[in-house]
Design a protein around this ligand. Structure first.
Ligand SMILES: [Zn+2]
Length: 327
């Protein structure tokens, strides 16, 4: 059942959408921008459902014919556009520009929900622009983007832009515990998902994440034992094979060292993110002094900052590993 209820931490955005509906000032085009899993589709669906709800409120009633057809993905006046790789110019011409020529079948608006709208190339965007320049009164376009800056300024200037806000970690943790996750699991996942609900659910079932966690523990446990040749060869492997996961891996290492620091200095397990991996944390605590753990956390924070501005993974990783290893 689509509605605004399950959408967290985006109250201002939802309030604006509700106000637009209540005041009868619905725009022709909206952009919902945010990372994958941030709730763009949920917001767009709730809004689309509201626009054609027969009850005429600022949120979908959920029981009228339009809402029920919507829930079955069977509402003739809500059109979903999505493609595997990118939205092509032919798709724009056939599924948008041609479809807009006919009035809605049953309801007030004809709503187009365009997934990955920022994957339209300039040709496709220009085709879309033709419709967007003079849209019929019944047309509403909802553009879902991960990077709205890829859209032409001429499109942006005709759209109302909303950015989805990620959830603060405690809110995400509560969201997960409310859904039956154990407190420990919710803690771990919420720290790695960077506030994105969809990502926590992905991580939970992702074998790759379990694999990355194991790899991070291996590095943290063994790095002190490596000689300089092993250090550089491991950096090479790390920078090459883990290129796509580098940020997650560095976050994992950071939280492992942070946990080890708390555990070693207080003996307290209550605030550990990896509280179910005490055996592995013991090994990390044995290999590092308190001061070295603090230095490792600092080095990881700095490395992540530098990774964000500097493309050379190999260089940043080499310096990072060297700093963690040195006494
Ligand atoms: Zn309804």
């Amino acid at each position: 059942m689509d509605g605004y209820d399950g959408i967290l931490n985006n109250d201002m955005l939802i309030k604006s959408l509700k106000t637009a509906v209540r005041s009868g000032r619905v725009g022709h085009a909206y952009i919902f921008d945010g990372e994958k899993g941030s709730g763009k589709t949920s917001v767009a669906r709730a809004f689309a459902k509201t626009l054609n709800c027969e009850a005429g409120g600022d949120a979908p009633c959920g029981v009228c014919a339009s809402c029920r057809a919507f829930d079955d993905n069977n509402n003739p006046d809500v059109i979903y556009i999505s493609e595997e790789k990118s939205i092509k110019v032919d798709t724009v011409r056939e599924q948008i520009n041609a479809a807009i020529m006919t009035r809605p079948f049953s309801y007030r608006y004809k709503v187009f929900v365009i997934s990955d709208a920022d994957t339209m190339n300039p040709q496709a965007q220009n085709a879309f622009l033709k419709t967007l320049e003079e849209p019929p009164s019944f047309a509403v376009f909802l553009l879902l983007c991960q990077n709205f800056n890829k859209l032409l300024p001429t499109i942006l200037s005709r759209c109302i832009l909303f950015k989805l806000r990620p959830l603060p970690q405690p809110m995400l943790k509560k969201y997960l515990t409310d859904r039956g996750f154990t407190a420990e699991r919710a803690d771990t996942l919420s720290h790695y998902a960077r506030g994105i609900v969809g990502r926590t659910l992905e991580l939970d079932t992702d074998e790759g994440f379990a694999d990355l966690t194991a790899a991070a523990f291996d590095i943290c446990t063994n790095i002190k034992k490596w000689d300089i040749v092993e250090l550089f060869s491991n950096c090479g492997v790390f920078a090459k094979d883990r290129r796509g996961d580098i940020d997650t891996l560095l976050r994992l290492m950071y939280y492992i060292f942070r946990d080890a620091l708390i555990y070693k200095t207080t003996g307290n397990t209550q605030h550990l993110i990896h509280s179910t991996r005490l055996d592995r944390l013991d090994s990390v605590c044995a290999a590092f002094s308190t001061r070295q753990l603090m230095k490792a956390c600092d080095a990881l924070e700095q490395a992540r900052g530098r990774m964000a501005v500097n493309g050379s993974i190999q260089y940043v990783v080499e310096e990072l590993f060297y700093r963690i290893k040195e006494r």
